[in-house]
Design a protein around this ligand. Structure first.
Ligand code: FAD
Length: 381
């Protein structure tokens, strides 16, 4: 079948959906989102839903500052409750080597207006009563942070974008990007030949592979990350901040009366592998028991794995790509794509419709990897 679209978006995760919504809000009606599987079947359906301002790079902080108000008023703007638990993020600093970077982050947060503060071990304990804090040198806490439900956010964007005229096709894998005279002219998705002057690569962990269809190199690597969720825990009655033991990368937040646990496996090699490595679970449980003794009364209910879309400097690739007109990248969020989806959708829609953005995204250009202009992010979990 032959189709046309003003903008074809490859990838039906939160980034593609947010861009589609913001494009329709700016009056672009002929938006086509092509998703090879089901909407939300990629990383958007497999993450922890964490929302935070506490990054170490100024541009990541600013992207979060730009997104947060949208998440706070998501229900009013989008009409769907994102279930945002604004309970804060608490970073527990236990190692000497972490002190300097977090001191610098505190200075940055104070400069740019992030209401994060330094707390001592006893205040950390008061904030996150289920966590052990006797070995904590200090902690940082931001009450504006928290966690939300990414599926509700995705569904909200999809519903509003559809109302605005966007079409979402599931089971539509893009296998070719058509180019002529140095510009994009369309894509092939299944049997659909789609003519489109603008193509957005919002394929998450697969965005590097999609870029290759247009002969573009974007260094995005798929890195498997696990989440395990406990059964309801007796005695764990109150919500608590999303709490991170920074040294190990263990993080926890409340989930359906139990606790959601995440932790990176330092031995994980990049691969498109979303199977659960149950052999890794005991490592997570051991760290979790040491940090959250209340979990002695818990058992693991379920676990899953998803892919981080990892770039060499842990920042996304956003915007037009040199050498090919009409190709726009919006991927590589390195584990932060839910919280940065509102700002990203808004900015990419501005770029496509107005030709410029109200927030300078030049630092996120794809060419930075070749020119060595990498941006450092220390607070990756
Ligand atoms: C375990 C884990 C925990 C995380 N925790 C957090 C967190 O706390 N906070 C946070 O902000 N972020 C978190 N993230 C990251 C977050 O999930 C991602 O950054 C975000 O979901 C990226 O959204 P996306 O739309 O870019 O990608 P995806 O949701 O992966 O969507 C991309 C879509 O593209 C489709 N696709 C791929 N190739 C093609 C093709 N050729 N044709 C058509 N469609 C294609 C895929 O099927 C997929 O549905 C976490 C990730 C993981 C794995």
């Amino acid at each position: 079948m032959r189709r046309t679209a003003d903008v074809a978006i490859i990838g039906g995760g939160i980034i593609g959906a947010s861009i589609a919504y913001h494009l329709t809000k700016k009056g672009v009606r002929d938006v086509l989102v092509l998703e090879r599987d089901r909407l939300g079947s990629g990383s958007t359906g497999k993450n922890a839903g964490g929302i935070r301002l506490q990054f170490s790079s100024e541009i990541n902080v600013r992207l979060s500052l730009r997104s947060l108000p949208h998440i706070e008023r998501f229900k009013e703007e989008i009409g769907v409750d994102p279930d945002f638990h604004q309970v804060g993020y608490l970073f527990l600093i236990t190692e000497e080597s972490e002190v300097g970077p977090f001191e610098r982050s505190l200075a940055l947060w104070s400069k740019v207006g992030v209401p994060a503060r330094r707390t001592d071990a006893s205040e950390a304990k008061a904030l996150s009563p289920y966590a052990r804090t006797d070995d904590v040198r200090f902690a940082t806490f931001c009450p504006k942070d928290g966690y939300a439900d990414p599926s509700s956010m995705l569904n909200g964007y999809v519903a509003r974008a559809r109302e605005g005229g966007a079409t979402f096709l599931e089971g539509a894998e893009v296998t070719a990007i058509r180019c002529a005279n140095g510009r994009v002219v369309g894509v092939l998705a299944g049997d659909d030949e789609v003519a489109a002057p603008t193509v957005v690569d919002a394929a998450g962990p697969w965005a590097g592979e999609v870029a290759k269809l247009a002969r573009i190199e974007i260094p995005i690597r798929p890195l498997r990350r696990h989440i395990f969720v406990t059964e309801p825990v007796p005695g764990l009655d109150a919500d608590f901040p999303l709490t991170i033991e920074f040294a190990s990368g263990l993080y926890a937040h409340r989930e359906s009366g139990g606790v959601l646990l995440g932790m990176a496996d330092p031995n994980e090699a990049p691969a498109f592998d979303e199977s659960v490595n149950w052999d890794f679970m005991p490592t997570v449980v051991e760290r979790a028991l040491a940090r959250f003794p209340i979990l002695e009364r818990a058992s693991i209910k379920t676990g899953w794995a998803g892919l981080y879309e990892d770039t060499p400097d842990k920042h996304p690739v956003l915007g037009k790509v040199d050498g090919i007109e009409g190709f726009v990248a919006a991927a590589g969020f390195s584990g932060h794509g839910i919280m940065h989806a509102p700002a990203t959708g808004e900015l990419i829609a501005e770029l496509i419709v107005d030709g410029r953005t109200s927030f300078d995204i030049a630092a996120f250009r794809a060419s930075r990897f070749g020119s060595g202009d990498l941006i450092r992010e220390y607070n990756v979990i």
